[in-house]
Design a protein around this ligand. Structure first.
Ligand SMILES: Nc1ncnc2c1ncn2[C@@H]1O[C@H](COP(=O)(O)OS(=O)(=O)O)[C@@H](OP(=O)(O)O)[C@H]1O
Ligand SMILES: [Mg+2]
Ligand SMILES: [Mg+2]
Ligand SMILES: [Mg+2]
Length: 376
């Protein structure tokens, strides 16, 4: 694997290599569910206590990655902070749901050798799979190593056959040191377009992006197709942020759902800064991927007051954008703090990711100038 191999002597070489491979496996799992070749219909959605959606894909990816990380690094060495828990799946009324997760996970683990990894010698049972999901209950913090996983980020995008991401990061002593972002519907060849009606089967293939902190480079490889002859190690290319720093030419992206980010506030900022293009509304951390790859220059997210951003929604994307040459801060211009546990504690108003300092300064300046008139 270029990129990860090129830095084989690097401190995080093994973490990066395993991380990229398990995210490749997870993307393959999600694509199979989305194509309906395994498990229930991808739009079979269960509502969590906070009314947000979860699917077989979310649980299956979390179980599979948790099992593979434990297998690769030793269960006792692995601390994982992840979005999902297995409470609903453990319920007596959820036997068919659990059966779908068990089948999906085992089918994916059986493919591990194709991705250069070792799977289990026999299929995992329901209790092992529940255990793999439940052991991702670490709360992170300022000391030690913690993996951070969003098994399916942008579940709504996944359900709608649109953009979604598998996001895995490693935090060491409060700093994000490895980031891997799988984007199954974001072609490594085609640009992102503002058209949520484009069906995923027309996107052909997705990509995985990855980096380690301080490497000064971020990489992208196409998805390994789960069929045909597998070519591993796969080709990888360096990605870089856009060089555009004129607001007139810049594209900004933001969440699709108004409930997740204040669209009218970001429109006000865009106007103040002199952005002319329509916002690119994209589900999930694919927004960070678009900045890192140079398909867009600005990402803004202004959640409602009182909403606390979680580390798994940002860790992988932030380090990839930074190493690709970009800047990510809160809306006050301060770096995001991944050392305080599950939440980005102390976050000032929102998140601003930019391809360069020039645009970033303009956006932060506009936030300061406009805050009094905002309605967040
Ligand atoms: N109220 C509210 N405000 C802000 N953010 C919220 C909120 N509720 C949820 N979330 C988190 O947002 C994640 C999806 O963010 P996106 O940027 O993909 O939003 S959007 O779907 O494009 O609208 C989503 O990630 P997933 O749950 O992994 O899909 C949530 O962690
Ligand atoms: Mg969710
Ligand atoms: Mg998420
Ligand atoms: Mg999620």
């Amino acid at each position: 694997m270029e990129g990860a191999d090129a830095s084989a002597s690097h401190k995080y070489a093994k973490e990066l290599q395993v991380g990229v491979r398990v995210v490749q496996m997870a993307c393959s799992l999600c694509q199979k569910l989305q194509k309906g070749s395994v498990g229930p219909s991808p739009d079979h959605v269960i509502s969590k206590d906070d009314d947000s959606p979860v699917t077989v894909a979310d649980w299956s990816v979390q179980a599979m990655i948790s099992w593979m990380l434990s297998e690769s690094f030793g269960r006792e060495n692995v601390s994982i902070v992840a979005e999902e828990d297995a409470q609903t799946l453990s319920d007596d009324s959820a036997t068919s749901l659990l059966a779908s997760v068990v089948a999906t996970v085992n089918e994916t683990l059986a493919m591990a050798p194709r991705f250069g990894l070792k799977g289990p010698t026999k299929p995992l049972g329901g209790s092992e799979i529940l255990d793999a999901i439940n052991c991702c209950n670490s709360t992170g913090g300022p000391v030690g190593r913690h993996w951070v996983l969003d098994p399916v980020d942008g579940t709504l995008g996944f359900v709608r056959g649109d953009q979604y991401a598998v996001a895995l990061a490693l935090i060491e002593n409060g700093q994000v040191v490895v980031g891997v972002l799988g984007c199954p519907n974001y072609s490594s060849k085609r640009k992102l377009v503002n058209n949520s009606s484009v069906r995923s089967d027309l996107w052909q293939e997705g990509c995985v992006m990855y980096t380690s902190k301080g490497s000064g480079q971020a990489w992208m490889q196409p998805l390994i197709q789960g069929h045909g002859s597998l070519e591993w190690p796969n080709s990888a290319s360096v990605i870089r942020v856009s060089s555009i720093d004129n607001p007139v030419m810049a594209t900004f992206c933001e969440p699709v759902e108004k409930t997740n980010s204040n669209h009218s506030y970001s429109a006000g900022i865009a106007h103040r800064v002199g952005l002319r293009k329509q916002p690119l509304r994209v589900y999930s951390m694919v927004k960070y991927a678009a900045i890192a790859r140079g398909d867009a220059e600005i990402y803004m997210k202004f959640a409602k007051a009182g909403y606390k951003e979680k580390i798994w929604d940002h860790a992988a994307g932030v380090v990839i954008v930074e190493e690709a040459g970009g800047v990510v801060t809160d809306a006050g211009g301060r770096p995001l703090d991944f050392s305080k546990g599950v939440y980005l504690e102390g976050l000032d108003r929102g998140i601003v990711a930019c391809s360069g300092v020039n645009l970033h300064e303009k956006i932060i300046g506009a936030v300061y100038a406009s805050w009094d008139s905002s309605h967040l």
